[in-house]
Design a protein around this ligand. Structure first.
Ligand SMILES: [Fe+2]
Length: 443
């Protein structure tokens, strides 16, 4: 027997508002783009933006109409927008709809989703609906594709992407104005800590379940590694010194000829970089961004340190050793916003480390959420007792040693898609993502 209940009006309104807000942002990001720019494949690493748009809509249709109507036997995404049928590098050759058609489809699907939300009984026994899970999943999916679109827009060929709306990130307070010392490293006393979450309303399957792990004592940087730190590594011959690199890392250097983070170029006697449409000398006090795992690992070795494991990272972001409790965000339980951390996209770049005074963890680490995703040394693996939900292609298909875990979220991450337990993963050679790191050290 199923328990049928009507979704309370307040929740329904909140969900409708959030869906609407997510869409407003998606459309804001594409507003400056021409039809041609939306349909072009700017880089083999990324989809044409029009594909992301179609995929966002069809994912929403799949989960908020068809799969909700049960019996729960999940159907597949229509072929054109199924990421597993079409790898990114091929998506530029697909017969994609034009922009008008695509926007119409997005609207039609959204209308059906809203009708479903208004009229449907809320079947409390449906695990997709518990705690509004499936709505949160679809929202996070759109947020995550927004960040993917920003990676594409940063890579974009031709004229640079100029945002229609932006806010300047906070650039003072904390350590933002003072040089950061590499000795600014904090000791974690070790012991048993809780990692992961058992939340079923918003967390993804790969974040579950909350469980206890033992961590030996370790040290972790108070701030992410800055551009100044990283420029020091380059100046010291970092890219030409074999001993800093793993075998795979050294092979990557040889193959790519990399000599600096992506988007850096040396001119007029200094490093310059570009973030979206703004090109400027590299800001020494900002966290380094657009480095791959191999570069992060090599820097750490150069500095006499190492990368943290994902659990060390999570403990440093969330564990309050004085009370043996865990916080959802480094600063506590207050929902993320752009006044607390450099997140939510519209700053279109990083801020000096330590700028956000509230963005400090119980241990004393700054900026663990926001600015840049942080590489960890961990492979992407399931937690004990992992259960795939609601579909294996979100996490399970990616488990293994091929991918490294990143934590924390970047300036391009929306507030609804960050938390201390959130796990991102990518290939160790990827650096079009908004990725940086901080180092750790054995006791
Ligand atoms: Fe997707």
């Amino acid at each position: 027997m199923t328990t049928m209940a009507v979704l309370p009006g307040a929740n329904r309104e909140a969900l409708a508002r959030q869906l609407q807000e997510a869409r407003v942002r998606t459309l804001l990001l594409i507003e400056p783009l021409t039809e041609e720019e939306l349909r072009a494949q700017h880089d083999p690493l990324m989809s044409p933006i029009i594909w992301d748009l179609g995929h966002i809509a069809h994912f929403e249709e799949l989960w908020l109409t068809r799969n909700l109507d049960g019996p729960i036997e999940f159907v597949e995404m229509p072929g054109l927008f199924n990421p597993f049928e079409h790898p990114r590098s091929e998506r530029g050759r697909l017969r994609l709809p034009n922009v008008r058609e695509c926007l119409e489809v997005m609207d039609q699907i959204r209308r059906r989703v809203m009708e479903r939300l208004e009229s449907a009984d809320w079947d409390a026994s449906n695990p997709l609906l518990q705690g509004g899970y499936v709505y949160n999943m679809v929202l996070q999916h759109e947020y995550q594709h927004n960040e993917t679109m920003l990676q594409t827009l940063q890579l974009k060929q031709g004229r640079h992407y100029t945002p229609v709306q932006r806010f300047e990130p906070v650039t003072r307070g904390g350590a933002g104005v003072a040089p950061v010392s590499p000795e600014d490293i904090i000791r974690f006393a070790g012991g048993e800590v809780e990692v992961g979450t058992s939340d079923r309303s918003a967390a993804y399957d790969n974040e579950r379940s909350r469980h206890t792990v033992y961590l030996p004592p370790f040290w972790i940087d108070r701030y992410p590694v800055t551009n100044a730190d990283y420029a020091g590594f380059i100046a010291a011959g970092g890219y030409t010194t074999r001993k800093y690199w793993s075998d795979a890392g050294w092979a990557w250097v040889a193959e790519t000829g990399a000599q600096a983070p992506m988007y850096w170029d040396w001119r007029d006697g200094g490093w310059h970089t570009r973030s979206m449409d703004r090109s400027a000398p590299v800001e020494p006090s900002h966290p380094v961004c657009h480095v791959c795992y191999h570069e992060a690992e090599a820097f750490a070795r150069f500095a006499g340190k190492r990368l943290p494991t994902e659990f060390e990272w999570e403990a440093a972001a969330s564990w309050d050793a004085s009370t043996h409790t865990k916080v959802t965000y480094p600063w506590g339980e207050q929902l993320p916003s752009r006044t607390i951390a450099n997140i939510d996209q519209l700053s279109f770049g990083t801020a000096p480390v330590g700028s956000y005074e509230q963005n400090v963890s119980p241990l004393g680490c700054y900026g663990m959420i926001g600015d840049v995703w942080e590489w960890t040394s961990s492979d992407f693996r399931p937690y004990p007792g992992f259960q795939s939900f609601p579909y294996a292609e979100y996490s399970e298909a990616f488990f293994g040693a091929e991918y490294k875990v990143l934590r924390g979220g970047s300036w391009a991450t929306r507030p609804g898609a960050v938390r201390n337990t959130f796990r991102n993963w990518d290939y160790p050679v990827r650096r079009q993502i908004f990725s940086g790191f901080r180092c750790a050290l054995d006791d």
